[in-house]
Unconditional design. Structure first.
Length: 408
């Protein structure tokens, strides 16, 4: 059955404003069921977690429901889902916790393709422990992160390999499973940044080979919250810094302070929403989420193909990277127009794209593009349309024409 784009778009009230959204990589629009779930949770009587009274029990239920939903999204166990305010905060917590057990001679491997949220926490934890940081390099021409290099990078001293499942800058989807195999053969743990990849297709913790997998709900139609999944036994083996009276249970042990219960309702609703993207899907929520994201992926790939073809056909556009396996995200520059200027001109026409380095700090630094403004990024999501792509390309033609006039 073809993807029902009209039905899909109708679930996003914000789309009625008429912007063309190409910044899903920075955060998607919110699906109506999410808005309704958050509102319902805020309308109902609330209380901090307690078994003593109904509002307190509701908060306990909201936490449990969010864990179960994320578990279905990632192929994890609900008891292995740590909830938190952002992927960055969760990764810092993990890095500080693991890093407390490292010392001189230990090694961690990070990549220059990753968002800084899966780089700096590890680099800083390694520095604090006197451990050594080793860098995986991407191919500047293709934007690929060759998995083969990990055979040299990983040694018996490697404690942790941090790698992205999808680059938020140029879309590259590295061969994480092979990288994880190499890491595991040496006894190292693997932390996978799924923030960019998870919204764009079915994800499975075990097939990725991830010991830890992080995702942010605001990249998949939900609220600004995040989650990190691992085997419950893995979490149980770790002792994070924590308050004395807070729960020592797993996974609660890794969660700081009182969570936003209404937003957790939104996390569960977002996963439920993803499970409706293929209306023909049946079975468990996990089955339906996988089917929904597979249907969305096929649609996104078709829209992205048109975008990429349009960009590469324009001589005044420079596209960075050409990875074979990728998420529907691309960075580029327009000749004669600084990235911030391009984004502002498109923004004035209601076409929303980011510019800069989007925290893919090492990528843009290595490419020598960071100091001159990075690039412009277009990211396709399941509510994107080919008409919006054509609108973006037409606006780019206008940007280029203005640039040419200015140069004359
Ligand atoms: C690939 C990737 N990793 C990590 C992050 C950080 O996520 P958060 O904002 O939840 O900390 C982002 C945010 O854009 C991202 O794109």
């Amino acid at each position: 059955m073809p993807f029902d784009i009209a039905r899909t778009r109708a679930a996003y009230p914000a789309l009625a404003e008429g912007f063309a959204h190409f910044d899903g990589a920075g955060g998607t629009q919110t699906a109506r069921p999410v808005i309704e779930a958050v509102s319902a949770a805020m309308t109902a009587a609330t209380g901090n977690r307690s078994t003593a009274f109904v509002p307190g029990r509701r908060s306990l239920d909201l936490v449990a429901a969010a864990r179960a939903a994320v578990a279905d999204l990632l192929g994890a166990e609900p008891g292995g889902v740590v909830l938190g305010p952002s992927a960055t905060a969760l990764t810092y917590t993990l890095a500080r916790t693991l890093g407390a057990g490292w010392g001189p001679g230990d090694e961690v491997v990070v990549s220059r393709l990753d968002h800084d949220a899966n780089v700096r926490p590890w680099v800083q934890a390694a520095e604090a422990a006197g451990a050594t940081v080793r860098w995986a390099e991407f191919d500047p021409a293709t934007g690929e992160l060759p998995a083969g290099q990990y055979a040299d990078l990983v040694t018996e001293r490697t404690r942790l390999v941090a790698v992205t499942a999808g680059s938020n800058a140029i879309g590259t989807a590295p061969d994480v499973a092979t990288i994880a195999k190499t890491a595991h053969a040496a006894g190292a743990l693997v932390c996978v940044d799924g923030v960019h990849a998870v919204p764009h297709g079915p994800t499975d913790l075990a097939s990725l080979g991830a010991d830890f997998l992080v995702t942010s709900a605001y990249k998949w139609s939900g609220p600004h919250l995040a989650a990190m999944a691992a085997e419950p036994a893995r979490w149980a083996s770790l002792r994070p810094a924590k308050l004395l009276p807070s729960s020592d249970a797993v996974p609660d042990r890794f969660e700081y302070g009182t969570p936003s219960f209404p937003l957790l309702a939104g996390v569960a609703a977002a996963v439920d929403h993803l499970a409706t993207l293929d209306p023909t899907a049946t079975g468990s929520r996990r089955d339906r989420v996988r089917a929904g994201l597979a249907a969305a992926q096929a649609h996104e790939e078709a829209v992205f193909e048109r975008l990429l073809a349009g960009l590469t056909a324009r001589p005044f556009v420079t596209v960075y990277g050409s990875p074979a396996r990728r998420c529907p995200t691309v960075s580029f520059r327009v000749a004669g127009s600084a990235p911030a200027e391009t984004a502002a001109t498109l923004g004035a026409a209601g076409v929303c794209l980011s510019s800069g380095d989007y925290y893919a700090y090492e990528y843009f630094r290595t490419m020598g593009l960071r100091d001159s403004g990075g690039a412009v990024r277009a990211s396709v999501y399941h509510y994107s349309t080919v008409e919006e792509v054509d609108r973006l390309l037409a606006e780019l033609d206008r940007v280029a024409a203005t640039g040419e006039r200015m140069a004359r």
